[in-house]
Design a protein around this ligand. Structure first.
Ligand SMILES: NC(=O)C1=CN([C@@H]2O[C@H](COP(=O)(O)OP(=O)(O)OC[C@H]3O[C@@H](n4cnc5c(N)ncnc54)[C@H](OP(=O)(O)O)[C@@H]3O)[C@@H](O)[C@H]2O)C=CC1
Ligand SMILES: O=C(O)C(=O)[C@@H](O)[C@H](O)C(=O)CO
Length: 276
């Protein structure tokens, strides 16, 4: 089992430098894959109402016998934005998870045309006051949206989970996060196993350290101060993906990997993408 190092969030929570994505992990196979990730050392799990797998995540957590060591994330979907809607959504998620607390609760997408993310966040803050939520955060928020949220609620999100991989290194947003104490989380950190893993620069860096291209990419995330949440249904790959803390990339290597930048891969621009 790998021991994954931690950082401290702006609300004092101890938070892993690497977590586990669960999108598409459903049914008995999903429970087994999530259970194996926990056995392999992952302590941060990423789910969402829209993944349709909160029951599976909750089941794997209960079976692990180490519920208190785990940070279970779920997310408010666009169709449930609004104060009352969010309170209701949280209770429904808790029921499906079969847990008494959502450890990290995120707004999945800002959906700016709906313009209800501020009241959604207020409800999440109140849920935190009641102990039903641990940390409050967001996903797919821009600098302007974060600024508005902080100005209007007085609470800085603990986390902003955004698309990030070597093709989209998010340099400006990460700098804003760093100056406000917001932890970056990278979704699709492996660019969903696109041609990224065959890039020559990544092969060269991996070979210099005697690691795999996947490990070089995930280490790049952590050295840039982000928590990647790779998904793998395969126990061997889960181990490979977590075993990245025994080597350190040089600044030049980090820069070379960031040089692959070419922009978002799937058109998920938070200013225009609306996900219900
Ligand atoms: N907030 C948001 O809007 C979003 C959040 N997310 C979150 O981020 C998580 C991760 O992103 P995701 O889109 O799943 O993509 P990832 O970048 O994590 O890539 C997952 C793919 O890579 C493969 N893979 C994993 N490890 C390896 C390895 N070591 N070698 C070769 N292939 C590998 C997996 O295959 P296999 O399973 O067969 O090993 C799978 O096909 C999601 O599961 C979800 O929790 C994702 C998108 C948006
Ligand atoms: O997986 C998620 O959390 C999502 O939000 C996805 O729907 C994501 O937006 C996507 O797949 C974009 O292509």
């Amino acid at each position: 089992m790998v021991t994954i190092p931690t950082v401290t969030l702006n609300d004092g929570t101890t938070f892993p430098q690497l977590g586990f994505g669960t999108y598409k992990l459903t049914g008995d196979d999903g429970i087994a894959a999530i259970g194996s990730a926990i056995e392999n050392g992952y302590r941060l799990l990423d789910s969402a109402v829209n993944y349709g797998n909160e029951q599976e995540v909750g089941e794997a957590v209960r079976r692990s016998g180490i519920r208190d060591e785990l940070i279970v994330t779920t997310k408010v979907p666009g169709r449930e934005h609004g104060y009352e809607e969010t309170i209701h959504s949280a209770h429904a998620s808790l029921d499906r998870l079969g847990l008494d607390r959502i450890d990290l609760y995120l707004i999945h997408w800002p959906n700016p045309s709906v313009d209800r993310y501020v009241e959604t966040f207020r409800a999440m803050i109140d849920l935190r006051e009641k102990g039903l939520v641990g940390s409050v955060g967001v996903s797919n928020f821009t600098e302007a949206m974060l600024t508005r949220l902080i100005d209007e609620t007085g609470v800085t999100p603990a986390v902003n989970q955004v698309e990030m991989h070597p093709y989209f290194p998010q340099q400006a947003l990460r700098a804003f996060h760093a100056s406000h104490g917001i932890r970056t989380e990278s979704w699709s950190p492996l660019a969903r196993r696109s041609e990224l893993l065959s890039e020559q620069v990544i092969a060269d860096v991996a070979s210099a350290h005697g690691v795999t291209p996947t490990q070089a990419v995930l280490r790049w995330h952590t050295q840039l101060g982000s928590t990647p949440i790779p998904k793998s249904a395969t126990p061997e790959r889960q181990v490979e993906n977590a075993d990245i803390f025994g080597f350190t990339l040089t600044d030049d290597e980090v820069r070379a990997i960031s040089g692959l930048e070419r922009g978002r891969l799937w058109g998920g621009d938070p200013d225009t993408h609306e996900e219900m």
